[in-house]
Design a protein around this ligand. Structure first.
Ligand code: DAH
Length: 343
């Protein structure tokens, strides 16, 4: 038994010298230590044939040699693993000695998004849901369903991008395009806002851009009044520009509301005294609104004898400009980091 063990030990040591990688080491491990048929397992099995007084001694010897060789094997294994990790570090070119480069900036939200989130919070607190509408829209939802039939002169107010080969498709010129979709999709009563991108075929200048953002809203119910509309819009204006902000409504024609108004608030930059931004009037126009026209309700399949409501559209890009005193709308789309990093 002892001789046999010594032979195993010698074999192990000489074979260990030839091992150059983890694969070979694994084969060696199996050969000697496999529980099923490794050399040591076979020896264990042999123990039972020994006389009882020899068995214990032989068992102890066997175990101690086994532990010794296993130890050698494990050390070798760790050695190979360390080497493998070193190779990985080389191929990934991680230089652990490179000095710390300081805070790498993480990026942040666009000013447009900041104001959109702020408005969504205000509206959510009043029970509105917020929804996304399609940017590529049918001529029907963008105009006809909103009481603007083909040939109606009001179409000229919005220079439209039509889609080549699809005369009934447009890039939506206004988020109002979601009004009829919303009533058809969710039914009434309804309280919903739609923030989103709109497109107009404009030549650009500091106040005009072909792509900008609006925030539309629509409320329909059995006894929704003009007074409710004023209350909601005033709440929003104050949340955005401060408690002292005042609002005024003046009649304005929009085909899909009757009566229609445009909404102005006291200039947030000069608090109504008059400055360059408000063109020395003390007031800034920030939305259009009105009571939903009965033709629009009819188009959406809503009973206009029973239901009424109001709609409004904020110029979201404009709100951003006024909030931060930005003088050129084109900055918002420019992607210029010197501008964006200020937020
Ligand atoms: N869609 C209009 C525009 O782009 C703004 C607007 C005016 C929306 C009156 C409304 C509204 O919902 O009632 O100029």
């Amino acid at each position: 038994m002892q001789k046999k063990l010594e032979k195993i030990k010698k074999d192990f040591e000489s074979q260990m010298k030839k091992v150059t990688d983890l694969v070979a080491l694994d084969i060696l491990e199996q050969k000697f230590f496999s529980r099923k048929n490794g050399e040591f397992t076979e020896m264990m099995k042999g123990l039972k044939d020994l006389a009882e007084d020899k068995r214990k001694e032989a068992g102890l010897l066997l175990n101690s040699i086994k532990a010794e060789l296993e130890n050698i094997l494990q050390n070798k294994k760790s050695e190979f693993e360390m080497l493998a990790m070193g190779d990985l570090a080389m191929t990934e070119a991680i230089d652990v000695t490179q000095p710390y480069l300081g805070n790498i900036s993480k990026g942040h939200l666009h000013p447009n998004t900041l104001i959109q989130y702020q408005l969504e919070d205000v509206f959510a607190s009043m029970g509105f849901m917020s929804y996304d509408g399609p940017e590529l829209e049918s001529d029907y939802y963008n105009f006809t369903a909103l009481n603007v039939p083909p040939e109606h002169p009001a179409r000229d107010m919005q220079d439209t991008f039509y889609v080549k080969g699809h005369s009934d498709w447009v890039m939506r010129t206004q988020t109002s395009s979601f009004q009829v979709r919303a009533m058809q999709k969710f039914g009434v009563p309804l309280k919903l806002i739609v923030p989103g991108r709109v497109f107009r075929n404009e030549s650009t200048d500091p106040r005009h851009e072909h792509t900008f953002y609006q925030l539309e809203g629509i409320v329909v119910g059995k006894d929704v009044s003009f007074g409710d509309m004023k209350g909601v819009l005033e709440t929003v204006a104050k949340a955005l520009y401060g408690e002292k902000t005042q609002m005024r409504l003046r009649p304005k024609f929009y085909p899909f509301v009757e009566p229609g108004v445009n909404g102005e608030i006291t200039c947030s930059l000069c608090t109504g005294k008059g400055c360059r931004v408000c063109k020395y009037t003390g007031w800034m126009e920030i939305f259009g609104a009105g009571m939903v026209h009965r033709n629009v309700l009819k188009e959406a399949g809503v009973n206009h004898e029973e239901y009424q409501g109001f709609a409004f559209g904020f110029g979201l890009s404009r709100l951003v400009m006024l909030k931060y005193g930005i003088e050129d709308v084109r900055h918002l789309q420019s992607g210029d980091l010197r501008f964006l990093n200020q937020f």
